[in-house]
Design a protein around this ligand. Structure first.
Ligand SMILES: Nc1ncnc2c1ncn2[C@@H]1O[C@H](COP(=O)(O)OP(=O)(O)O)[C@@H](O)[C@H]1O
Ligand SMILES: O=C(O)[C@@H](O)C(=O)COP(=O)(O)O
Length: 425
């Protein structure tokens, strides 16, 4: 029976946390949305931890809160007693939410008064020092996250980002206290000014995260990126990862909807090596089905020409490709891109694709929902925060088992689109 329940605000974040938890000795399953939390499913009841993947990061606040509350109730019904709200290591949110409102709602539901806020994930270059969030050497608001199409991050002070989003006071604990050990940190968290607050805690390396995890072991709810789970200890060290569903040479495809800097570099690298097509937004607006049929035909031709070179279908190669203004009366580009890549994934699985690498959190949510997967079993790791997962899908009713990698826009080495497949060998 699972005892740890996590709620992730996007799909790449869910597999990011799940691969970390597997590495920490938790048999972990990702459930796609609260409706997949079926108490009779042995994949869930035999796990130590269940991570619910939501597409709630940029949803309207009420919807994000309702989805998270339903997930919490369903995780409790499965037996979970300790909860983890997983959001982005770059704290992706707006002044309205959704990190603050969801944290408030989960605390209320758990009858808890306070929690910690820990976006730090040093393995991917995210650290928090003096309350400021760094992405490698840059402050968050000086990093490419400043120009994110959905959640531009214009401040690096985590407390300032959170304050307008929550009803609770926002407090801070500095690195000096963390480095004094779990008892000192716990005393700081128990101080009256933090006893009903959301406390942003500095963490620069994995030892800091282990201290935070130890100091909050009995908190009903912790919040953060996947890094905090570095300090968790499950009972199944060396927990098995699921075997690949596909074989080398099976049709594979890369679908990239992210406009993030790392993905743009990965696209640029792959353009020289893989057959590729950029989504043509005008063509999609003029004839969605026709444009999709052309993309499917392109993928089929690529597989026939060389099964070793997966076709790449992408949305953005340079920042200028991001559509800033929607033509009057037209569907916003971000929705159109998600819808196109989701439909593309369905067509391609129907056409035989058994290995899909998807870049982008919102994009991954749209793709996995279109594929109608219910659970993801965590497979071979690819890079910090990125993993293969095995999924039963049924885009048009016929079940298939495929290998899926959901890559956060900003994660992964430049050559990930050409090298990730080696982990399936
Ligand atoms: N050309 C474009 N113009 C506008 N928005 C785009 C374009 N291409 C992609 N997008 C949108 O940008 C968003 C990227 O978000 P996401 O998939 O979460 O990537 P990341 O992981 O980098 O945040 C998606 O909603 C996607 O549809
Ligand atoms: O914590 C992280 O950075 C990732 O797990 C994550 O949430 C990434 O979000 P996207 O960049 O939108 O994929």
């Amino acid at each position: 029976m699972p005892t740890l329940g996590a709620i992730a605000d996007d799909f790449t974040g869910a597999t990011d946390l799940a691969t970390m938890l597997v590495g920490r000795g938790f048999r972990t399953v990702v459930a796609v949305g609260p409706d997949s939390l079926d108490g009779a499913d042995p994949a869930l009841t035999d796990a130590d931890a269940v991570v619910v993947a939501l597409k709630s990061r940029t949803a309207p606040v009420d919807e994000a809160v309702a989805l998270s509350r339903r997930s919490l109730d369903a995780l409790r019904a499965l037996g979970c007693r300790r909860f983890y709200l997983k959001y982005c290591s770059t704290f992706d949110s707006t002044p309205r939410g959704n990190i603050g409102p969801v944290t408030d709602a989960l605390l209320d539901a758990l009858d808890a008064r306070r929690t910690v806020v820990v976006p730090s994930f040093p393995a991917t270059g995210r650290t928090v020092y003096r309350g400021r969030l760094f992405v490698h050497d840059e402050l968050l608001d000086e990093s490419p996250m400043r120009r994110h199409p959905l959640t531009p991050m214009l401040d690096s002070r985590v407390h300032r980002l959170l304050e307008p989003q929550t009803r609770r006071p926002v407090a801070r604990v500095g690195l000096e206290t963390v480095r004094s050990g779990p008892e000192a940190l716990r005393a700081a968290l128990d101080a009256p000014e933090r006893s009903d607050a959301l406390t942003v805690v500095d963490a620069v390396d994995d030892r800091d995260l282990a201290v935070i995890a130890a100091a909050t072991e009995d908190f009903p709810l912790v919040t953060g990126a996947a890094g905090l789970a570095v300090g968790f200890e499950g009972a199944h060290r060396g927990a098995a990862r699921s075997a690949p569903a596909s074989r080398p040479g099976d049709p594979a495809v890369v679908l990239a909807g992210s406009a993030s800097a790392a993905t743009r570099a990965q696209v640029a690298h792959a353009l020289d090596l893989l057959p590729h097509r950029r989504l043509d937004l005008a063509a999609l607006r003029a004839d969605f089905d026709g444009a999709l049929a052309e993309l499917t035909a392109f993928a089929r031709r690529s597989w026939a020409a060389d099964p070793g070179r997966p076709p790449l279908i992408y949305a953005v190669a340079t920042p200028e490709d991001v559509e800033k203004e929607t033509p009057a009366g037209a569907e916003p580009a971000s929705d159109l891109v998600e819808r196109a890549l989701a439909r593309c994934a369905s067509h391609l699985v129907d056409a035989g694709a058994r290995r899909l690498l998807v870049a982008g959190g919102e994009t991954s949510g749209a793709v996995v929902s279109a594929l109608r997967a219910r659970t993801l079993a965590i497979g071979a790791p690819i890079a910090p925060g990125v993993t293969w997962a095995r999924a039963e899908v049924a885009p048009s009713g016929r079940p298939e088992t495929i290998d899926l990698a959901l890559k956060s826009g900003n994660f992964g080495a430049t050559d990930i689109f050409t090298t990730a497949w080696e982990q399936l060998a």
